[in-house]
Ligand binder design. Structure first.
Ligand SMILES: Nc1ncnc2c1ncn2[C@@H]1O[C@H](COP(=O)(O)OP(=O)(O)OP(=O)(O)O)[C@@H](O)[C@H]1O
Ligand SMILES: [Mg+2]
Length: 258
């Protein structure tokens, strides 16, 4: 049994067909990355997987149960980090635990250890606007991890960060995943990030989003970012993505058939 089973998934927004007949199985403990042209339905797919959007057609099941709404065990970190501005870092990280009605005495050590894990132990009392972009992403990650999710959906979690911070956070995410072996679905526009982290890289086509190709990454971790295997895969993926954006540009607005 797969951890996540997506069958014939189709999503319409009014007349716009955003995802079409998508099938995908993700195994327990697997790290899958999704790349594709902007606007091809990646965030929509994560919203469907995390139960925030109900599919127009088809089915998403996690642990063989149909996803029918948000579940704290299947946590989503949004493309635009969604920290509450009126809550401190500590209070943001504690949010999921509060929703689970954990008592404050239990919560405190858990929150402290998460803040330490993501290197924010000295910023517990800061508000989001007092943090750098990288720190906000770390806080969002800590908040998602607080409830010990067994599935983690990440929507371009490091998209807004500078190259150095990205690399650091990729290493941290890898370490977290190696420790926990959660099932992770990561959406990213950074092909190198996908190849550094994931077991499989799924390349989506331009609208309507379908799976164009799936690449298994046959390298053990931690990976050498400069390996020739990764470089070769990167070239193949970029070729497909280049082709996809050319197809997109050639299309008449309103005509979404390829
Ligand atoms: N709630 C909504 N209502 C109407 N249209 C929507 C809604 N959400 C997304 N869309 C449309 O669905 C398409 C896919 O959007 P989505 O955010 O999933 O793309 P994406 O692949 O995540 O893009 P990006 O890489 O830029 O983040 C877009 O055309 C968008 O306008
Ligand atoms: Mg998106």
């Amino acid at each position: 049994m797969s951890k996540i089973a997506i069958a014939n998934l189709t999503q319409m927004f009014g007349p716009l067909r955003v995802i079409e007949a998508l099938d995908l199985a993700v195994e327990e403990g697997e790290f899958v990355a999704i790349v594709g042209p902007s606007g091809c339905g990646k965030s929509t797919l994560l919203r469907l997987l995390s139960g925030l959007v109900k599919p127009s057609q088809g089915r998403v099941a996690i642990d063989n149960l149909e996803v029918s709404g948000p579940n704290p065990r299947h946590n989503l970190v949004f493309q635009e980090h969604a920290l509450y501005p009126w809550r401190t870092v500590q209070q943001n990280v504690a949010l999921g635990l509060e929703i689970q009605r954990q008592n404050p005495a239990q919560m405190r050590p858990r929150v402290d250890s998460l803040l330490e894990l993501v290197g924010l132990e000295n910023f517990a009392g800061y508000y989001p606007h007092q943090l750098s972009g990288g720190m906000r992403q770390r806080a969002a990650l800590a908040r998602a991890l607080a409830v010990e999710p067994d599935v983690l959906f990440l929507d371009e979690p490091f998209g807004a960060l500078d190259a150095m911070t990205r690399l650091v956070l990729q290493d941290e995410l890898l370490r977290l995943w190696l420790d926990s072996r959660m099932t992770v679905v990561l959406v990213t526009h950074d092909v190198e990030e996908a190849l550094f982290l994931a077991d499989r890289v799924i390349v989506m086509s331009a609208l309507p989003g379908r799976i164009r190709e799936v690449f298994a990454v046959p390298e053990s971790r931690p990976r050498d970012r400069g390996s020739t295997v990764l470089a070769r895969l990167k070239r193949s993926i970029l070729e497909i993505l280049g082709l996809e954006s050319a197809i997109r540009k050639a299309k008449i607005p309103g005509d979404f058939s390829i």
